[in-house]
Design a protein around this ligand. Structure first.
Ligand code: UDP
Length: 459
């Protein structure tokens, strides 16, 4: 770590796994550059403070009831959190600024800025009223973030025509490279409640002091140019956050480490890794199709099945006959949660059947693991299109959760010539992204600009 620079950065993650990971990674990066770190967090999905002894952690009340914490409806969750966290957050931040002002002596530390998730829509006015610069941390691909603001308009203008079967594979001009069927899936899942939420995100982001993306020119070049025009605030694309400090120390779930010794026993590039992230749910019928697809592919597999939530509405383990699980274990391993970054980097992994959350997508790219795309909702649909149609480093299941389709894709990816070509392209993409993180690379330079920018708030 560099010598302390006398500046403290406040971070406030959205309490979802896919948002906590990049926030904590950013905290580690800033800390290594001399900043002190305070993480303000909600009681719900609290990050593990003991894993980060060098940071200060402050809990605020989130007002969620026991039932509300169990919801699978992310939109509802974000609405509730934005409603109930505003006052506790304002009180917390005000107190912190007052106590920083009251400090005396040479060692006096200055609070430089607040960095929080684009999904918090009350923080901008609070920071503004306290004269504290706020930077927006964005955990989506740049192209998703800048384009998703057209969704309300697309819903009004296109929704009905989208349902026409013959046009399903047509591109959506306003939202490339989404296809109409992808858009239908996004609009179908997300209710109109999101329209006003999106509007608030747009307004508060435009009013912010800057935006930080966990992406880079190599993955988002055109969108970055356009985003700079759209938002008119400084934009930093510092690259995949996990590349700076590898290791999943921010897991909300208990990590099953036994998968690493299990992988050690498998042949090189033979295992298909399966995970649909921290939020998606599948039902029992889908579970069975995936299970049979994996089993019939005859390749070893490592499958993350989040206890009590993958099979929606039932305890998954109870729903599946014991004999069937035993049969699955002959060829594969099922775990509740794994150290994903380590798993993806393991020599035995040959492919990743993924929901294409942005973190999983970039982690896969950085580990040079080709993907089989099974996106469920929201930005996952766009990330999957980039993987399959633009970068061509994966295959797309086109939503077909069918055993034969899954078996076929695994075989083609791990054993066929199509898979070989995909692997070659993936290696090139990995090298390009890796280069951006090296001195003179785009992400490296952007991070340096970010550090200089945050330091300038001291003046
Ligand atoms: N992850 C993990 N272990 C698992 C599954 C996922 O550590 O068994 C991590 C993964 O490395 C990633 C995050 O959880 O950093 C999931 O984020 P992503 O954006 O891919 O998906 P989300 O959960 O937000 O849908």
């Amino acid at each position: 770590m560099e010598k302390s620079n006398g500046l403290r950065v406040m971070l406030f993650p959205l309490p979802l796994q896919g948002c906590i990971n990049p926030t904590i990674q950013l905290a580690k990066i800033l800390h290594s550059r001399g900043f002190s770190i305070t993480v303000i967090y909600t009681r719900f999905n609290a990050p593990k403070a003991s894993s980060h002894p060098l940071f200060t952690f402050l809990e605020i009340q989130d007002g969620l009831s026991e039932t509300e914490t169990k919801t699978h409806d992310v939109t509802l969750l974000l609405t509730l959190l934005n409603r109930s966290c505003e006052t506790p957050f304002r009180d917390c931040l005000t107190k912190l600024l007052q106590s920083a002002d009251a400090e005396t002596g040479e060692e006096k530390e200055k609070i430089s800025c607040l960095i929080d998730d684009s999904g918090w829509i009350f923080t901008q006015p609070i920071a503004q009223s306290l004269n504290l610069p706020r930077l927006v941390l964005n955990t989506y691909k740049v192209s998703f973030f800048r384009n998703h603001f057209v969704l309300p308009q697309l819903r009004r203008e296109m929704y009905l025509s989208l349902q026409d079967d013959s046009e399903q594979d047509d591109p959506v001009q306003e939202f490339p490279p989404l296809r109409k069927k992808d858009l239908l899936q996004i609009l179908d899942k997300e209710t109109e409640v999101l329209d006003s939420y999106s509007k608030m995100i747009l307004e508060t982001t435009k009013a912010s002091s800057g935006i930080i993306f966990m992406s880079c020119e190599e993955l988002d070049q055109d969108s970055l140019i356009q985003a700079r025009e759209d938002f008119q605030v400084p934009i930093f694309a510092i690259g995949p956050s996990h590349s700076y400090f590898p290791g999943s120390s921010s897991s909300l779930f208990k990590v099953d480490e036994t998968c690493i010794p299990w992988l050690d026993k498998q042949e090189d590039k033979s295992v298909i890794y399966v995970s649909f992230g921290s939020v998606n749910t599948i039902n029992e019928a889908e579970f069975m199709e995936i299970a049979w697809g994996l089993r019939n592919s005859n390749q070893p597999f490592l499958w993350v099945v989040r206890l009590s939530s993958v099979v929606h509405g039932t305890e998954w383990i109870e729903a599946i006959p014991k004999k069937f699980i035993e049969m699955l274990h002959e060829k594969g391993k099922i775990v509740n949660w794994c150290p994903q970054e380590d798993v993806l980097k393991h020599r035995a992994i040959g492919g990743f059947l993924t929901h294409n959350g942005w973190n999983s997508t970039v982690e896969s790219i950085c580990a040079s693991v080709p993907m089989i795309c099974l996106p469920f909702q929201w930005d996952q649909l766009l990330n999957a299109r980039f993987v399959s149609d633009i970068w061509m480093v994966g295959m797309h299941l086109e939503g077909r959760i069918e055993k034969n389709v899954i078996e076929g894709a695994i075989r083609r990816l791990l054993l066929g010539t199509e898979g070989e070509a995909i692997r070659e392209r993936m290696e090139l993409l990995k090298v390009n992204v890796g280069r951006s993180l090296k001195p003179k690379g785009s992400a490296y330079r952007s991070l340096q600009h970010l550090i200089d920018y945050i330091s300038s708030f001291n003046l």
